[in-house]
Design a protein around this ligand. Structure first.
Ligand SMILES: Cc1ncc(C[n+]2csc(CCOP(=O)(O)OP(=O)(O)O)c2C)c(N)n1
Ligand code: SF4
Ligand SMILES: [Mg+2]
Length: 350
């Protein structure tokens, strides 16, 4: 049980800890289809940023190509943004974070953008532990180009036309864990509570957050025979734990029966409380994470929740030993080698 010990919760206040109103986190009006899962995810991002008191002017929104990749236009209208080429968002994001380590990167991709044309960039992003919240809005199809199967479509699932997918899917969560991502989660666009808690925790993580969100395409992939429809996702959602998140700036005590809840301390001191459901799941255990993903997949279910977290590993920028001052802000006198040094280099090349 979570008990508020006095201070009012930012979620209930009119303004958050930065003095900003929720509407200041909104973007343009969506042009996606009514009922598209991607719209619900944009709403959860707006809510999580507001409640966490994320400064929108420090955020860079990055995406590739697809309906999903259009969605950064619909949240955080005052943030930086870059809509990259199809599947190439990871390299643009890496460059942006190397140039300015003060930014908070939110990448939004699709299952096609990530799993097909972008898979090469995705795997290298996952092994670097770049600080970025990388969200896959996963509808199992190429929504923007009229609903063809994507690489996350399940074997045996059917298109509206009756065509059956013969290929096994790529499980982006298993791939991300295997490759070294340090916060891997899966959720469903229709699960407001779980998705909000995961997104809030994501802002407290230092390193790569890979969040796969089942996000039904109501126009091309919401029929019987689809395993990415609202009905299928609701019926086959197998949550690993009940998640509560307490940010470091909130004065909240959490009371729980010993043995029922696991506490994970995040990098900034925020706390993730994971209440045991059927199995005693430990998201710090990589082997168990891979086993549970594999077992649930074989049962035709989706394991959702925080699947794997490694709160203490150095991120890419720390590994590179970058100076604290963002590179983009260093003046020429700092970054340009002095003349004697250049002369020495030139002499060595003669
Ligand atoms: C280089 C290139 N190849 C192909 C396309 C065509 N194309 C546009 S979006 C897309 C797939 C989008 O699927 P996904 O990432 O799953 O996004 P969704 O629309 O489903 O949200 C494709 C193949 C393109 N725009 N650029
Ligand atoms: S076509 Fe599908 S993915 Fe694209 S906006 Fe419409 S419902 Fe969403
Ligand atoms: Mg898609």
């Amino acid at each position: 049980m979570i008990v508020n010990t006095g201070k009012s919760s930012p979620s209930k206040a009119r303004v958050n800890r930065l003095g900003l109103e929720s509407k200041q986190y909104r973007g343009a009006k969506t042009t996606l289809c009514a009922g598209c899962g991607h719209n619900a995810i944009s709403e959860r991002i707006i809510g999580a940023c507001y409640e966490m008191g994320v400064n929108p002017e420090r955020v860079i929104k990055l995406s590739g190509i697809g309906c999903s990749s259009k969605s950064p236009a619909y949240f955080l209208g005052s943030s930086h943004g870059f809509n990259a080429v199809h599947g190439r968002m990871p390299s643009v994001g890496t460059g942006a974070m190397l140039a300015n380590r003060d930014l908070i990167a939110i990448g939004v991709s699709g299952d096609g953008d990530t799993g097909a044309i972008g898979i090469g960039q995705f795997v290298h992003l996952m092994r670097r532990n770049l600080p970025i919240i990388y969200i896959i809005e996963d509808n199992g199809c190429y929504g923007l180009t009229k609903g063809q199967f994507s690489p996350t479509a399940d074997q045996g699932s059917a298109l509206k036309t009756g065509v059956i997918n013969d290929l096994p899917p790529i499980d982006t969560c298993a791939l991300a864990i295997e490759l070294g991502a340090t916060f891997v989660a899966r959720s469903f666009s229709g699960d407001k509570k779980q998705l909000s808690a995961i997104l809030k925790a994501a802002f407290s993580h230092r390193g790569t957050v890979m969040l796969d969100v089942l996000s039904p395409c109501v126009t091309f992939n919401d029929h019987e025979g689809s395993t990415k429809s609202y009905a299928y996702a609701k019926e086959h959602d197998d949550p690993l734990e009940e998640i509560s998140f307490v940010p470091f700036f909130e004065d909240i005590e959490v009371e729980y029966e010993p043995g029922t809840t696991r506490e994970v301390e995040m990098h900034d001191g925020s706390k993730l409380f994971l209440k045991k459901l059927a199995e005693d799941y430990n998201p710090l255990d990589k082997i168990q994470a891979m086993r549970v993903l594999s077992e649930t997949r074989m049962r035709g279910e989706y394991a959702t929740g925080v699947i794997y977290v490694e709160p203490d590993r150095d991120d890419f920028l720390t590994m590179l030993n970058l100076v604290d001052e963002p590179l983009a802000k260093l003046g020429p006198s700092t970054v340009r080698p002095p003349k004697p040094v250049l002369d020495k280099i030139m002499a060595a090349l003669k």
